[in-house]
Design a protein around this ligand. Structure first.
Ligand code: NAG
Ligand code: NAG
Ligand code: NAG
Ligand code: NAG
Length: 490
């Protein structure tokens, strides 16, 4: 059969084609929000998430912490939409990150993990606790329930709280020979603060609230959070006087959510204090990151100049997530925050017309319904978080934040310490022992050359072990590598 003569011109056909493939979002319709979130979630999963792979994310480009961020996004996705398509992969990814040490410092990544990387995983875990994400029997049997692991991370980070410099604070890196060990960055401390505050809210245990308060007041005292609520990137030891003044959306977001949880947990005078902090952080966030002309959230440090790295390209996701959380636990902020979230959900969705499938989302939400050519994990997770986080405001029955008295079920283990598998002297010895022992047994003349080479490398290894292991049991060592967008000591 002869095809009918087209009655629309090619350009309008293309337009139609584009319209069909773009993500249409009606921010007043729960069904539309779910459909849009499902599309963005499916594009993120298809290209940027393999929970069975080494890092969970495409390896060389993206970092292990972003797998924790992705799992958090899919926990919320399930809570906000009721769609459990990805739950199994969340569990698979979780078990891979958590085991076998049960403290979110898996051996494969241990040389690269800073307090912020561990913190991103643990804040995902806290999210799963408060959203009552289903736990599997296998997970529970191995001691990898979401609450017990969050508590373990809290305990290990509390031990790392460092009074020897700056009067307190967590260092960025855990490994003593890395540059970042000299830097106390905001995201590490901000995640610890938020996690402690949420543990307090969920469990009712004052110890966590005390830790949160100490972390927050320390950040205020060293001007990481300035009196005018400019929130810096971090500060250098020994006195934290050398501050890196860069401002990132996720730092503001993590402090905001922590203040909101503390506002929720406290009463009376204390609540007045936390409300004042929260109001100031919210005002500062809006003044700093909302583009006046368009209302779009902007990563001001790098977005305009196209210099955001792969970490930074995803930061808006976490601000959006934590703005949503803030409104849920401090509902009085609804009028201030929700209009910005809704606006940005619409703006973000309008950029989702990019290649390769016609639904890829862009980085610059201030451009209108255009795709800026950016396509990556960051752009996808940004759009996903901002879109799904408006769901509870049209469908109040979804995405609740629970505690252990009104529906939370995850098992508590406040004394959790993990399996202390980070005894590197032992790990390296076990890893290299067979090789070393075999080498030492080489005695004959013609093998001397090989033996010497082996002895030299073993000596170097032994030297490294001695060099890198710090006196107390906790700390480790390794090669230098920047992680989550915090500034390096310079
Ligand atoms: C779960 O992950 C596997 C491995 O990457 C993938 O093949 C599968 O499609 C994923 N499932 C979903 C629903 O995305
Ligand atoms: C925050 O901004 C609002 C609106 O401009 C203002 O009314 C309020 O007083 C501000 N809050 C604080 C704590 O500065
Ligand atoms: C505390 O958070 C819960 C949600 O977890 C919310 O229902 C409640 O209204 C909040 N309390 C206050 C004082 O805002
Ligand atoms: C509260 O948390 C602290 C710190 O983890 C723990 O030592 C204590 O046992 C907890 N108390 C209760 C009642 O769970």
């Amino acid at each position: 059969m002869k095809p009918p003569t087209p009655f629309i011109s090619l350009p309008s056909l293309l337009l139609l084609f584009n319209t069909v493939r773009a993500i249409d979002l009606d921010i007043d319709s729960y069904l539309s929000i779910k459909t849009a979130a499902a599309q963005v979630a499916s594009d993120l999963a298809a290209e940027f998430w393999d929970p069975t792979s080494f890092s969970g994310v495409p390896n060389a480009q993206y970092a292990w912490w972003q797998h924790g961020a992705i799992l958090g996004a899919y926990v919320d996705y399930w809570a906000m939409t009721g769609d459990d398509t990805y739950n199994e992969n969340v569990t698979i990814g979780w078990l891979k990150g958590v085991s076998p040490s049960l403290d979110l410092l898996p051996i494969e990544h241990a040389f690269d993990i800073g307090n912020d990387d561990q913190g991103f995983w643990s804040i995902m875990s806290m999210d799963a606790v408060e959203r009552v994400f289903p736990e599997t029997k296998e997970q529970k049997d191995m001691g990898a329930g979401f609450l017990e692991v969050t508590q373990t991370v809290h305990n290990t980070q509390a031990l790392r709280w460092d009074y020897t410099t700056c009067g307190g604070g967590l260092r960025w890196q855990i490994v003593t020979v890395k540059d970042g060990y000299k830097y106390k960055n905001t995201i590490s401390n901000g995640l610890y603060f938020q996690q402690s505050a949420r543990l307090a809210k969920y469990t009712g245990n004052q110890t966590y609230a005390d830790a949160a308060e100490e972390a927050y007041k320390w950040m205020r005292s060293v001007n990481i959070i300035q009196d005018d609520f400019w929130i810096n990137d971090g500060a250098l030891v020994p006195d934290c006087k050398a501050i890196t003044p860069k401002r990132w959306t996720y730092n503001y977001g993590t402090i905001m959510a922590g203040c909101a949880a503390m506002y929720n947990f406290t009463q009376g005078e204390e609540r007045v204090y936390w409300k004042e902090q929260l109001d100031n952080v919210i005002n500062s966030t809006i003044a700093t990151f909302i583009d006046v002309e368009t209302g779009a959230l902007k990563e001001i440090q790098c977005q305009e100049t196209d210099t955001c790295d792969m970490d930074q390209r995803s930061f808006k996701a976490y601000l959006a997530r934590w703005m949503g959380y803030t409104v849920q636990v401090a509902p009085y902020t609804y009028q201030t925050l929700v209009p910005h979230l809704r606006k940005n959900a619409a703006l973000a969705a309008a950029t989702c017309i990019g290649e390769p499938r016609g639904t890829a989302c862009g980085q610059k939400w201030n451009l209108g319904p255009k795709w800026d050519g950016k396509h990556g994990l960051g752009e996808q997770i940004n759009a996903m978080e901002v879109i799904q986080n408006i769901a509870p405001f049209v469908a109040p029955e979804v995405g609740g934040v629970f505690n252990n008295k009104n529906g939370g079920t995850s098992k508590s283990n406040p004394g959790g310490k993990g399996k202390k598998m980070r005894n590197w002297r032992q790990i390296l010895a076990e890893l290299y022992a067979p090789y070393a022992l075999r080498s030492y047994e080489i005695g004959t003349g013609d093998k001397v050359g090989a033996a010497i080479v082996t002895l030299v490398s073993f000596a170097a290894l032994a030297g490294m072990v001695v060099f890198v292991v710090s006196p107390d049991e906790v700390e480790e060592e390794g090669k230098s590598k920047p992680d989550t967008g915090g500034e390096r000591a310079s």
